[in-house]
Design a protein around this ligand. Sequence first.
Ligand code: ADP
Ligand code: MG
Length: 362
Amino acid sequence: MTVRAYAPGRVNLIGEHTDYNDGFALPIALQVGTTAEFDTVAGGSVIEVSSSQEDGTATIPLDTAPGEVRGWAAYVAGCVWALREQGFAVPAGALRLTSDVPVGAGLSSSAALECAVLLALAPRGVDRTLLARLAQRAENDYVGAPTGLLDQMSSLYGAEDTALLLDFRTLAVDPVPLRLGEDVLIAIDSRTPHQHAAGEYRRRREVCEAAAAQLGVAALRDAPDDAWEALADGETRRRARHVLTENRRVLDAAAALRRADHREFGALMNASQASMRDDFAITVPAIDLIADTAVALGAYGARMTGGGFGGTVIALAPAAAARRIAEALPERVAGAGHPAPSVATVRPGRGAHVLSDVRSQR
Ligand code: ADP
Ligand code: MG
């Protein structure tokens, strides 16, 4: 074995669809992740890749170009391509992926995969923000998913007992201590995988760009908090209002966390959920019911996390309420005709790192 690298999934605590508007978000890295094991093969010209999540193997030519490799292996091929576009030599070899991040649940299995693969294939010591950009490039330009940098930055910079206040204009990472004490973070997987999300995501991005152009700013980040009032078209107004109010909520939420004021943090989560539901229109009925039920059962706050149209709800709750949620919520949601959600406790985990590297000994 040559290199083993690990990268976690993430949960965004607050700040949705703000990354591509040069705004703010407050994610944590999770304690589940993807491991990439890479053995170099001298004289080869391809990478053979296998995954514990997928049947069969895929062959990736080192000189691959967008469109060539499709399906799950496109995420790996995209990393190979982005590294070479950046001028890094990528060795031939065999790559094995193992993962315990649920796929398509909104916990960013895709960024966990990209960041683990990049750490395993890149030369040692490459700047993490550059790795995040390469992962984004792989996902945007090779796979064709127009996602922002939130997922990759979270996976690469995460730390235990820490939330990350991310500024997507400067790419500054400001660690915020997350002192849970007796309180609990709960990830509630709706088991409604985010379908048709790519087209809707693209549409939201376009409307945000149009709103910024109408307001005469480079990105919605630059507009005053109440600038949405000046927009004539109803859809554009609501989308801009979400982004502008969400940026404010993220900054307020980081301040609340620093004071360990979980009640205030929860209130901001609830306001974010309402904004995603009413203004940005990215939730679905199962998600709304889960968030409302978690709060009814005593959570300080609950909101959808991730790009939307399904996926996971994150809730912050006192320990007793967390127990009630685990016991009662799945049945209540299933009783309303939705898939029974799965409930898991999450904690902020360590960010991506190399587990072992014996390249220098070869
Ligand atoms: P998520 O919210 O989990 O990131 P995405 O749709 O962005 O959802 O990415 C999921 C896709 O990433 C999967 O459909 C698959 O193609 C790929 N993927 C993620 N993790 C793995 C893995 N461990 N092995 C193979 N493919 C993976
Ligand atoms: Mg993803």
